[in-house]
Design a protein around this ligand. Structure first.
Ligand code: NAD
Ligand code: IPM
Ligand code: MN
Length: 376
């Protein structure tokens, strides 16, 4: 049985609540003898600020680099908002990890599980069977461009600057990830930008066009303006397969895509870097796309399925255990088929289950799946 070393970073708000449920799923996989997981846990974000005065310590980065995969909950919350210096806010816990590990490719699959077609805010027929993949550039753009500052002018006004910056190599490498993945899906890529307004948009479009012509002419490529994409996602999402875009557009539009699946609490993600040419190991981090949900934290009814789905992605993309990933995803589907719903995906008037009940049910469905296989 293969043994894996995982780093768990629960973070803040609902982060620890949903991570506890992912841990139940890991325990079930271990108990079934399918794989063995050694887990280490560390503080990140607001919890690390409170304990150490620093949202992301060098030790945490080193642990993440050494792990076979890192699972991340969520960081941030009103307790820390606007309190400390900007460069030590909780969100540095995630932004700093992405940068330090070189995680430039963020895969955000928006898949509408059959039983949840009626949970979306769109008509069921628009989202039924939906399976689209947002490929978000994650270490460039306006998130990291310099200068990034607020200065006070002579007349006493304040002036804030954020810098949107991309190089051809940054666009090429994320484009390559999108085209490669499209080849394993429906061979269709939509690349979103604002080339009608932004110089980075021009560079983005030209670079993707050149890359497509040089290496991926077999894949269908469409360019789309990012504002139109936002509209088209809620008008007719089924027209899309793989969507590639910059860091900020990817952040905004993946939250939109999440609602097509029923809830922000359903959408997992994988953040990947390039494999080390010597060791072959590929830096990675797996997290739900949602945040720490301060409005429901501590109440025990956050949806843990995006976190558990992120664990499934780690089995597929980092641990080379696609069969185990399939089993975890099948267990998620099975609890949804059984009618279990946390409040975010429950129908009006339906009795909802707690975070812990949902996690336990997924772990039990995994065990039941393995048992029925053994009997068959
Ligand atoms: P959020 O994603 O935390 O919450 C938005 C809404 O979705 C809330 O109503 C919340 O209750 C709901 N929601 C989110 N996840 C849910 C789940 N699993 N189950 C049920 N409902 C869920 O976004 P926000 O409120 O804008 O941000 C709160 C904090 O989280 C901020 O500090 C923000 O910076 C941080 N944040 C962190 C991450 C991360 O750690 N990767 C991601 C996004 C936001
Ligand atoms: C996300 C979050 C983060 C982002 C924040 C917490 C820095 O919204 O992962 O989607 O903007 O990338
Ligand atoms: Mn976001």
């Amino acid at each position: 049985m293969t043994s894996y070393n995982l780093l768990l970073l629960p973070g803040d708000g609902i982060g620890p609540e949903i991570m506890a449920e992912a841990a139940k799923v890991l325990a079930a996989l271990s108990d079934l003898g399918l794989a063995h997981f050694e887990t280490e846990e560390d503080l990140v974000g607001g919890a690390a600020i409170d304990a150490r005065g620093n949202p992301l310590s060098d030790e945490t980065i080193a642990l993440a680099k050494a792990a076979d995969a890192t699972l991340f909950g969520a960081v941030g919350g009103p307790k820390w908002d606007g309190k400390g210096p900007f460069h030590l806010r909780p969100e540095i816990g995630i932004l700093g990890l992405r940068k330090a590990l070189g995680l430039y490719a963020n895969l955000r699959p928006a898949k509408c599980y059959g039983p949840l077609a009626t949970a979306s805010s769109l008509h069921a027929e628009l989202v039924s069977g939906l399976d689209i993949l947002v490929v978000r550039e994650l270490t460039g753009g306006v998130y990291f461009g310099q200068p990034k500052e607020i200065v006070t002018l002579q007349d006493g006004q304040r002036r804030a600057v954020d810098t949107q910056v991309y190089t051809t190599s940054e666009v090429e490498r994320i484009g390559r990830v999108a085209f490669d993945l499209a080849r394993k899906r429906k061979n269709l890529v939509h690349s979103a930008d604002k080339n009608n307004v932004m110089r980075t948009g021009t560079l983005w479009r030209e670079t993707i066009t050149d890359l497509h012509a040089a290496e991926f002419a077999d894949v269908t490529l469409e360019h789309i303006l990012a504002d139109n994409l936002g509209m088209q996602l809620v008008r007719k999402p089924g027209q899309f397969d793989v969507l590639v875009m910059d860091n900020l557009f990817g952040d905004l539009l993946s939250d939109v895509a999440a609602m097509l699946t029923g809830s922000l609490g359903m959408l997992p993600s994988a953040s990947l870097g390039d494999a080390d040419p010597v060791t072959g190991s590929r830096p990675s981090l797996y997290e739900p796309i949602h945040g720490s949900a301060p409005d429901i934290a501590g109440q025990g009814f956050a949806n843990p399925l995006a976190m558990i789905g992120s664990l499934a992605m780690s089995l597929r993309y980092s641990l080379d255990e696609p069969d185990l990933a399939d089993r975890v995803e099948a267990a998620i589907e099975s609890v949804l088929e059984q009618g279990l719903r946390t409040p975010d995906i429950a129908a009006p008037g339906q009795n909802a289950v707690s975070t812990a009940e949902m996690g336990t049910a997924v772990a039990e469905a995994l065990r039941a799946g393995a048992t029925s296989e053994a009997v068959a």
